[in-house]
Design a binder for this molecule. Structure first.
Ligand code: AMP
Length: 449
C-alpha cells in the first residue's frame, strides 16, 4: 500500500517523501482511511508504530480541505501525557505540514504561560496540550475550545495512569459535542474502553499489535545480582560497547541522579531525564543523547514515555518497574522498525516478584543469565511468595566501585572470558502455579506534565 492510495493531499505526500517514508505503517494504513471518512477511532498502538502520523496526517489533510485557517478558535486539539510527547508531536506535525499553511502550538507546564497565550491570540489551528496546563488556560479563559472539530487523545492509557482522568473529563465536557474523537492507547484496558464508551460515537477499532506485546526482534536478558552490586554490573554491561547509545531506567528520580553521578565518575558521558528537571534540561539531555554527545541516558518511566529515538540498540532496566506494563513501554524504545534490540534487566532478590509479573505478562520465557563475577548471594524467586520492593523504596547504596578494572572488563561473548559462562538459571513453573493473582493497573499519583 502507498500513501498516494490513501488519498492524502499532494502537499502532504511531498512532505512524506522528503521524510523518507516509503509506505504507511500498519497503524497508518488502518487508521488514515477511517479518520478521513469521519469516524471516531479507537487505535491500539504503541510508541514506535508510527501512531503520530496515523492521526497527524488525516488531521492535517482535513484542516486543509476545510479551507481558511488560523482563527483564535483552534480546530484540533491533541491531548498527550508529557511535555516531551507534546514537543515531538509538534515536530512531526510541522514536518508533515511543511508545505501547508497550518499552524500548531504546544501548551504544557514547566514553562511560562505568556508565550502560549500570545500564540493562542495570534490564532492557531492545532493545539497540542498536556491536560494540566490546558486546564490552567481554560480557567484563565485564555483558550476558546468551542471550535474544536477533532480531538486526539494520545497515549490515553498513560494519561489515565498519571491520574489525568478528572482533567480529561473536564476538558471533554468543554468541547463541542459535534466532533471527531481519535483515541490512541498502547492497550485497550477496561478503563480505556469505558472512556471511549462515554465520549465517543461508535468508534471503529484498529489494533496493530496485540496488547502488551513487545517487538519480536527484542532479546530479553535478566541478570540476577545483589542490590549493592548493581552499579558495578551496570558499568560492566555498558563497557561492552562504550559507543553504544543506551537508555537506562531508574525507578526513582533521586536514583537516576545518583546513577548519573556514578557513571560520570566512571568516565561515561551520561545525563538524567525525569520530572524534576526543567523543560530546558530535559530537552538538552534528549538532544545530547540523540546527537551522541552523551551515550547513556538515565530516565524514569514517566519522563521516558515521550522519548522518540529510533533503533536504540539497548535498554537497561537498572530497576524493574513497579508495574509490569511499564516493562513493555520501556522496551518499546528498542527493536523498532525491523532492527534488533536488546533489553537487559539487572534484578536483585527483592525484585523477584516484579520479574515474575513481567514474565507472566509477556507469556514468554525471559532468559535469566548469571554474569560471571556478579552471581547473587541468593537466587531469584519466581514462586507465589516472591518478594517485591515497597513503593518508593530507595535504591540501595553501592560500595565504591572496585579498583583495578574488574568491573569494567567486558562481559565478553566467548566462554574464554567467562569461565562459568552464562549459567542458565532453571525456571520453575511457579508463575503458572501461582498464575491466578489478578494483575492490576496501580494508579499513579497525579502528575502535572
Ligand atoms: P511514533 O510511533 O509516532 O512515535 O513513530 C515512530 C517513528 O517512526 C518516528 O520516528 C516516525 O518519524 C517514524 N515513522 C512514522 N511513520 C513512518 C513511515 N510510514 N515510514 C517510516 N518511518 C515512519
Amino acid at each position: 500500500m502507498s500513501f498516494e492510495s490513501l488519498g492524502l493531499a499532494p502537499a502532504l505526500l511531498r512532505a512524506l517523501a522528503e521524510q523518507g517514508y516509503a509506505e504507511p505503517t500498519p497503524v497508518q494504513a488502518g487508521s488514515i482511511p477511517l479518520v478521513l471518512a469521519g469516524h471516531d477511532l479507537l487505535a491500539a498502538a504503541q510508541t514506535g508504530t508510527g501512531k503520530t502520523a496515523a492521526f497527524a496526517l488525516p488531521l492535517l489533510h482535513k484542516l486543509v480541505d476545510a479551507g481558511p485557517t488560523m482563527t483564535r478558535r483552534p480546530r484540533a486539539l491533541v491531548l498527550t501525557p508529557t511535555r516531551e510527547l507534546a514537543a515531538q508531536i509538534l515536530d512531526n506535525a510541522q514536518a508533515y505540514g511543511k508545505h501547508l499553511r497550518i499552524s500548531a502550538t504546544t501548551i504544557f507546564g514547566g514553562v511560562g504561560m505568556g508565550p502560549q497565550i500570545n500564540a493562542l491570540r495570534r490564532g492557531v489551528d492545532i493545539v497540542i496540550a498536556t491536560p494540566g496546563r490546558l486546564i490552567d488556560h481554560m480557567q484563565q479563559r485564555t483558550i476558546d475550545l468551542s471550535g474544536v472539530e477533532t480531538l486526539v487523545l494520545d497515549e490515553a492509557d498513560r494519561m489515565l495512569d498519571m491520574g489525568f482522568l478528572p482533567a480529561l473529563k473536564r476538558i471533554l465536557g468543554a468541547l463541542p459535542k459535534q466532533r471527531q474523537t481519535l483515541l490512541f492507547s498502547a492497550t485497550f484496558a477496561p478503563e480505556i474502553k469505558a472512556l471511549a464508551m462515554q465520549f465517543m460515537r461508535e468508534p471503529r477499532e484498529v489494533t496493530v499489535t496485540p496488547p502488551n506485546t513487545v517487538a519480536a526482534l527484542v532479546s530479553h536478558h535478566v541478570h540476577p545480582v545483589d542490590a549493592e552490586r548493581k552499579r558495578d554490573l551496570l558499568l560492566h554491561v555498558l563497557a561492552q560497547d562504550s559507543r553504544r547509545q543506551t537508555l537506562v531506567f531508574s525507578r526513582t528520580k533521586h536514583g537516576a541522579d545518583k546513577l548519573v553521578k556514578y557513571l560520570e565518575q566512571a568516565g561515561l558521558r551520561a545525563a538524567a531525564i525525569h520530572g524534576n528537571k526543567s523543560q530546558n534540561a530535559r530537552t538538552k539531555a534528549l538532544g545530547d543523547f540523540k546527537s551522541g554527545r552523551i551515550t547513556v541516558l538515565v530516565a524514569t518511566d514517566i519522563a521516558a514515555r515521550g522519548i522518540d529515538i529510533d533503533q536504540l540498540p539497548m535498554v537497561i532496566n537498572f530497576d524493574l518497574p513497579m508495574v509490569a506494563e511499564d516493562y513493555v513501554h520501556r522496551i518499546g524504545r528498542t527493536g523498532r522498525a525491523g532492527s534488533e534490540g536488546m533489553a537487559v534487566s539487572l534484578v536483585s532478590h527483592d525484585e523477584s516478584g516484579l520479574l515474575r509479573d513481567i514474565r507472566k505478562l509477556l507469556k514468554d520465557e525471559i532468559a535469566i543469565d548469571n554474569v560471571a563475577g556478579f552471581e547473587p548471594s541468593s537466587p531469584l524467586r519466581l514462586d507465589a511468595g516472591a518478594p517485591r520492593p515497597k513503593q518508593g523504596q530507595r535504591q540501595p547504596r553501592s560500595p565504591q566501585r572496585s579498583q583495578g578494572g574488574q568491573s569494567q572488563r567486558p562481559q565478553g561473548s566467548s566462554q574464554a572470558h567467562r569461565p562459568h559462562g552464562h549459567a542458565q538459571q532453571k525456571q520453575g513453573n511457579g508463575e503458572h502455579a501461582a498464575g491466578n493473582r489478578k494483575r492490576r493497573h496501580r494508579p499513579r499519583p497525579a502528575a502535572k506534565a
